[in-house]
Design a protein around this ligand. Sequence first.
Ligand code: ADP
Length: 178
Amino acid sequence: MSVNKSTILQHIYIQKGDITKMEVDAIVNAANPSLLGGGGVDGAIHRAAGPQLLEECRTLGGAQPGEAKITKGYRLKAKYVIHTPGPVYRGGKYNEASILQNSYYNSMRLAKENHCTSIAFPAISTGVYGYPKDEACRIALSTIIEFMEKENFIIDVYFVLFDDENYAVYKKHVQELS
Ligand code: ADP
């Protein structure tokens, strides 16, 4: 029997703040394809986790946009970091939507495979990569809800938004769903 949407929505939390502080099983890193660190949330996660994170990332051989790879969390409170490069937004005709979907889907898949009961996501691709926030939010929510429905896998999902605009967008879309 599949789980219903209202049960799933009870496990989705929208909050403002810094994802590096989250006490969850896994936090997701909006990485770049090298997986060797960068600016934005990626830089913040590497700073908070310490240099061992970069050491482990060096062994991974990078990741294509939409792929996801998992490491330990080192100095973070989170047990794992799931690294996924989202798409660079180039107007919308370069498969950006399905690549962003893959980032969320593959992150959830790794969370399931590693028996996570909670996960925190940033708004992947909405910083330097320029993805329009409203559309990126729709994709994040629909992909995760669909994953939980289809896989019968309910965990606590935190969207941790750094900027007011993303926070407002997520609040609005979750309200519309309930
Ligand atoms: P991308 O290259 O995928 O666009 P960025 O790191 O530039 O990645 O931005 C992704 C999102 O992460 C942006 O909405 C940005 O505001 C947000 N962000 C930056 N720092 C943090 C943080 N410490 N915690 C949560 N979100 C963050």
